[in-house]
Design a protein around this ligand. Sequence first.
Ligand SMILES: Nc1ncnc2c1ncn2[C@@H]1O[C@H](COP(=O)(O)OP(=O)(O)OP(=O)(O)O)[C@@H](O)[C@H]1O
Length: 293
Amino acid sequence: MTTTSLTKTDDHSTPILAATGVTMRFGGLTAVRAVDLTVRPGEIVGLIGPNGAGKTTFFNCLTGLYVPTEGRVAYQGTVLPPKPHLVTQAGIARTFQNIRLFANMTVLENVLVGRHTRTKEGLASALLRLPSFRRAEQASKERSMELLEFTGLATKCDHLARNLPYGEQRKLEIARALASEPGLLLLDEPTAGMNPQETRATEELVLAVRDQGTAVLVIEHDMRFIFRLCDRVAVLVQGEKLIEGTSETVQADERVIAAYLGTPFEGAPGSDEVAEVEAAEAHQHTAQTEDGQ
Ligand SMILES: Nc1ncnc2c1ncn2[C@@H]1O[C@H](COP(=O)(O)OP(=O)(O)OP(=O)(O)O)[C@@H](O)[C@H]1O
C-alpha cells in the first residue's frame, strides 16, 4: 500500500495529532467550524459537548470518513489524506459510538482482522500458504493474544464476539483498534451503556493504553470519567471549540456550565441565531395575539 500521498508540514513541535481549522458543512449546516486541536505524545485528551455539538463529525474528519470542507489533519507532522485506510496505516485507530464487531467471528478473529494494515503478506502467499505467510500469520496470532491478555479477554479468545457481555464487547473493540499498533487511539463514547464497574474498568484500560505508549482522544458524556482521566479537555458547542484546558479549568468555566444547562450567554457560539429565532417567535406570538383580539 502506498504512502506517497502523505506530505510533510512545517510544524517543528510535532504533536501526535494536529487538526487545524477543521470545518465540516452538510449543505447549509455547519456541523464543525474552524476547530483546532492537538494531542501530544503521552496525553489523554477529552472532547466533550452537548448532543449535536459536532464531536463525532469531528472524529469522522480526523479519520478520513469525511473529507473536511476546510482545514487539515496532521499525524506526527504529516498531513493525512482523507482516506480511512491511509489514516489507519499512518497510525490512528478508532472505536465507534455503536459497537461494530464481527458478531459471528471469535474474539481472536476480531483482533486478527484489526491487524490487516500491519500484515505485509500478499494474496498470492496467503492462497499458496507459503512459509513466509505462515510465519506472519503466527506472529499476528501471538500479538493478538498479547492484546487480549492486555484487555483481559484472553480466556475468551475462542468465544463468539456476540456472546460476550456488553462491557467485554467494548473492550474487544479497543483490542481490535490496538491491533493496528496505533500511536493515537480515538474512542467515541467508550462507556456508553456501561454500569459503574464497567466504566471504572474502562478508565483503567485507557490509562494502561496511554502508559504503553498510545496517546488517546476520547469523546464521552460521562463527565466524571472525563475529568478523572484526561490531561486536557476541549469543549465543542454548536460546532465551535468553546474552551480547552485542564479538567479544573474546564469544570469551573461558567460558559461550559451554561452550555450544558442550556442557558445562553453573551458571545456563545450560535447565540445570535438563537436570539433571532426567539425574536421571530415573540413577533409571531404578538401578531397572533393581536389577530385574536
Ligand atoms: N452525515 C450527516 N449529514 C447531515 N448532517 C449531519 C451528518 N452527520 C451529522 N450531522 C449533523 O451535524 C451535527 C453534529 O452531529 P454530531 O453527531 O457530530 O454531534 P455529536 O456532538 O457527536 O452528538 P452526540 O453527542 O449526540 O453524539 C448535528 O446537527 C447532526 O444532525
